[in-house]
Design a protein around this ligand. Structure first.
Ligand SMILES: [Zn+2]
Length: 245
């Protein structure tokens, strides 16, 4: 995503340069950005989400309250073959094996919860090629940081784009502070699930993953269960991850 941003930045820069060279002062950048935002919106709608569940939040669309689709994301081409739920946009095999999470200083007080969440995804077992590590340098795939998301929302994940994990996880730290350790790490495990393309098990949008049932009360990817939901990946959550990666 950093690379994408870089590419985007250079595109924007070249567009600006072109703009300053041409005599027309019409802003050439805005329409292109809007085009992509429109594509992202169409893509979200094609996943079966109703307009009521899609909120325009400036630089991203928020779906089901806690899933960010950045407006500059790369929209997957074509309808993926599909049958827990995903988005048709996932990490490349190489990226899935090397997901680097950077912990913002605002979240270091929840390192044990973050480590527990990462451990859940790293110990699924079976035929899966998925591995998450914590990094401290400037190069990373996902930044996890504290954000005031208002009452009722524990955290927010970001969907993958261009074969890379979603680049941001926001945790409503003060809001979940009163939850048990197990529930705090559940929130982080759940949001990581979104960043690697898994949708909400208990909602209708998205594409059903082969080998998983239409509902799974034990799924950590059920929505609307902040402070009360499953705290470990269910068997079908694991099947979903194994199917994807
Ligand atoms: Zn969620």
């Amino acid at each position: 995503m950093k690379k994408n941003l870089k590419t985007l930045t250079s595109i924007v820069l070249s567009a600006l340069l072109l703009a300053s060279c041409s005599k027309s002062a019409d802003a050439p950048v805005a329409p292109e950005k809007k085009d992509n935002a429109d594509k992202v919106l169409t893509y979200i709608q094609s996943l079966g989400f109703s307009q009521n569940n899609i909120v325009d939040n400036g630089d991203a669309y928020i779906v089901d309250e806690d899933i960010r689709f950045p407006k500059d994301m790369e929209v997957p081409v074509g309808k993926p073959t599909a049958e827990q739920r995903w988005t048709g946009s996932k990490l490349t095999a190489a990226n899935a094996l090397n997901i680097r999470i950077k912990v913002d200083p605002s979240m270091t007080s929840m390192m044990p919860e973050i480590n527990s969440a990462i451990n859940q995804w790293n110990t699924i077992g079976g035929a899966i090629a998925l591995h998450i590590t914590i990094v401290t340098g400037t190069s990373y795939d996902i930044l996890i940081k504290d954000t005031n998301l208002g009452a009722g929302i524990c955290g927010q994940g970001t969907f993958p784009s261009g074969g890379k994990a979603g680049n941001l996880i926001q945790i409503n730290k003060s809001y979940i502070a009163g939850n048990s350790f197990a529930q705090r790490q559940r929130t982080i495990t759940h949001e990581i699930g979104h960043n690697i393309s898994i949708m909400h098990t208990n909602q209708t949008g998205g594409l059903l993953i082969m080998g998983t049932p239409p509902s799974d009360p034990l799924s950590i990817m059920n929505a609307g269960q902040c402070g009360s939901g499953a705290t470990v990946l269910s068997n079908f959550d694991k099947v979903a991850a194994q199917w994807l990666y």
